[in-house]
Write a protein that binds this ligand. Structure first.
Ligand code: UD1
Length: 420
């Protein structure tokens, strides 16, 4: 197993190129199941989750060629319709194949993903919506077994709760369904917007893209032709490096980034004292020498993202004063707190609210990554900790950060990947 050794208290300087968004790439790769042609996708991040999904599609019979930051996926040879436990257990987002496979083949089995470190993460809303579209769903021996021999039917779906992969799954199912599907309380994340835009450009008419009400005109099970496209930049990776600039009080420029997707994150960094220079595809952070405390509530887009909560918690340890961070999406997403406490952070937890009393001097030690974004919070803390920090279990980090240590080395961080 790999770990990261980081030498702290180092200021950074330079430019970081942001990769394509993991959370946009996953539904877009699943979307190739709706295509009759071989689909080329550019600007993919080189991260484990993408390889996991491509492996899942290959196991089902698709032909996938992954080259650096692009892939071609040909699902015309896809013949199996069962996503097995060995893959789904490593990546919950495997559930994204359920909607498109069911819509195309009339049957699909996907292993139940089970709980994960950050909470229960049920898929009941995905299943309920597919049932409303006419699917018969059984849970048997740890698998979701879904059938719709005559295809799915358009209907009105109102999500009780906003779900990102749930919205993506149902949009893909609706794309091949018979008739019109209206999804109310749909997710508005840029990753969902891109999925809808690509479908719209390739023959599936979708109204309301970017709003909470999506109307999808199904193709009556006709597969579509999807032209080559490029994945949007990863707003969470970008937000993480903006936090790296803020916490080390270093000016950093990010390239290949869309500031419009980072509104809530930039607003909070501004409240904490940073200023920004923004162009259509770059962001430069001018950090403040004194970090101000902040109040954050995680919510669905366009509000502050839960995927940036851990990184801001690390940043808040260096603020002059008390910050309050409330997690509203995942009940158990504070596993990084105990590791940050071991580095010297003064954080108290009360249910889903963390109170961070800054400013703390952090000391390097051995810490353990517990989930994807928690890992990057530990990296941020390690950048300013006194001495050396060893971050273990970074396979979590590798799921979603493309070349993190090379990118940080490129701006002057002392960070190395080593084997246990
Ligand atoms: C996606 C992102 C993840 C991000 C999360 C919230 C991907 C691959 N992952 O995860 O990085 O942290 O959005 O922005 O895009 N829920 C239910 N029933 C369901 C589905 C969801 O109760 O059937 C609940 C969840 O437990 C959670 C909330 O709804 O409390 C939002 O979850 P959801 O938006 O579905 O998260 P994911 O799509 O899994």
């Amino acid at each position: 197993m790999d770990y990261l050794k980081t030498q702290g208290i180092k200021s950074l300087h330079g430019t970081i190129k942001i990769s394509g968004a993991k959370n946009a790439s996953l539904p877009l790769i699943a979307m190739t199941i709706l295509a009759k042609n071989s689909v080329s996708i550019k600007n993919l991040p080189n991260v484990a989750d993408i390889k996991t999904l491509l492996k899942l599609l290959s196991n089902l019979g698709a032909k996938c060629e992954f080259l650096q930051d692009s892939v071609t996926v040909d699902t015309s040879t896809l013949s199996e319709t069962k996503a097995t436990y060995d893959i789904v257990k490593t990546m919950r987002a495997s559930i994204l194949v359920l909607g498109p496979i069911l819509a195309r083949f009339g049957h699909c089995e996907v292993s139940l993903p089970g709980g994960c470190a950050i909470g229960q993460r049920p898929i009941d809303l995905h299943l309920k919506a597919l049932e409303m579209m006419g699917a018969v769903i059984k849970i048997k021996a740890g698998y979701v077994q879904a059938t719709a021999p005559n295809g799915l039917k358009g209907c009105n779906i109102n999500f009780d709760k906003i779900t990102v992969t749930g919205t993506a799954n149902i949009v893909m199912a609706a794309a091949l369904a018979h008739g019109v599907t209206t999804i109310t309380n749909a997710a508005r994340e840029p990753e969902v917007v891109q999925l809808c835009e690509i479908l719209n450009e390739n023959g599936v008419h979708i109204d309301g893209v970017g709003t909470a009400v999506l109307t999808v005109q199904g193709t009556n099970q006709k597969l579509i032709n999807i032209k080559e496209f490029s994945v949007i930049p990863d707003r969470i990776e970008a937000g993480t490096y903006l936090c790296a600039g803020a916490i080390t009080k270093s000016e950093l420029t990010l390239e290949n980034v869309n500031a419009k997707h980072l509104g809530a994150v930039i607003a909070k960094l501004e409240e904490m004292g940073s200023t920004f220079t923004i162009t259509p595809d770059t962001i430069t952070i001018h950090p403040s020498q004194v970090i101000k405390p902040v109040k954050i509530i995680t919510q669905e887009y366009p509000a502050f993202p839960t995927d940036m909560q851990a990184q801001f918690l690390a940043l808040a340890t260096q603020a002059d004063g008390t910050s309050i961070i409330e997690e509203r999406l995942f009940e158990n997403r504070f596993m990084h707190v105990s590791e940050l406490q071991r580095m010297g952070a003064d954080i108290s937890l009360n249910g889903n609210v963390a109170t961070v009393n800054g400013k703390n001097k952090l000391s390097g030690t051995d810490v353990m990554a517990t989930d994807l974004r928690a890992s990057s919070a530990l990296v941020l803390a390690a950048l300013v900790a006194e001495g050396e920090t060893n971050i273990h279990r970074i396979y979590h980090l590798d799921r979603g950060y493309d070349s993190l240590e090379q990118k940080l080395q490129g701006v002057g961080a002392k960070i190395t990947r080593l084997k246990e």
